[in-house]
Design a protein around this ligand. Sequence first.
Ligand code: NAD
Length: 321
Amino acid sequence: MIIVPESEIASLVTPEAAFDAVENVFAAMARGDAYNFPVIREAIGHVDALYGFKGGFDKAGMALGLKAGGYWPNNLESHNIINHQSTVFLFDPDTGRVSAMVGGNLLTALRTAAASSVSIKHLAREDAKVIGMIGAGHQAKFQLRTALEHRNFEKVIGWNLHPEMLPNLEEVAKEAGLPFEAVELDGMKEADVIITITSSFDATLIADHVSPGTHLACMGTDTVGKQEVGVDLIEKATLFTDEVAQSISIGECQHAIKSGAIKKNDITPLGAAINGDHKGRTSADEITLFDGTGVGLQDLACAAAAVELAIAQGKAIDVDV
Ligand code: NAD
């Protein structure tokens, strides 16, 4: 079994490598070559932790496995480690033998940022110049950095419920040599692309805050009850997602499905647009929305890339199990 420790991920997996891995696996999912298993997420009744598994099998990439982990709210205070903890396990699809154990914390941020950037590549207008951020926490920095690496945006605007966190976004904009402006929600009308990445349980962004032609990547809602955008905006947009089953149950579309505003068939896997089976954006005025719920196959694809890079660079730890 190959071990790739958390401490090696930063030097191995570039945002570019994560982007390629995620784009390929979304395409494989839409072709029916890869599928995600149902998600398990449990409150374990100890230290308020939420623990679970996201797994799947990608026949095209021959990646079989799962990410195990979750959220331990007291970690930072009590143990000085981050609250989100996860590890990816890969198995040999031919024999079932465990083949790799890969640190999953940074990988999660990289694969989540890759997903929104893949959606921007395939759904945003070519002439998009202003990117808007709703959310300024841990994931937001990765989201913005990856998006700026993939498109030539000219300006970053941001809104956050806790404005004291906005310097996080300004710092990333500065790194890319771009101006940053804090705006009210109404100011998001200036954005051509908007990423939402908050832990909100109520709609923040509504249809009135968004201009025609905008692409939205809604990345924060990954649990029953969470919500970042209004049902009115979902109703107005052409909808894409990583995994329809997750979008309607734990993703941003869960509320519009529940209220009957949309049906399951209104949501298209992003992979279909990548493969050319769906035309994606069809006009400059269309609002497109990617509901990024986060699938196990993203983790497996990025972990498999990490293993390959670790072996190539002599950083893999090989142990007998
Ligand atoms: P974080 O704690 O670092 O940041 C949370 C952000 O949400 C901050 O900007 C905060 O101001 C904002 N926020 C908190 N409460 C809010 C509220 N009631 N209304 C509006 N905004 C609020 O968290 P993070 O690690 O950046 O994660 C952000 C979200 O992304 C979480 O919901 C997390 O579960 C989700 N996430 C999704 C994926 C995926 O694949 N889709 C992957 C990782 C994390």
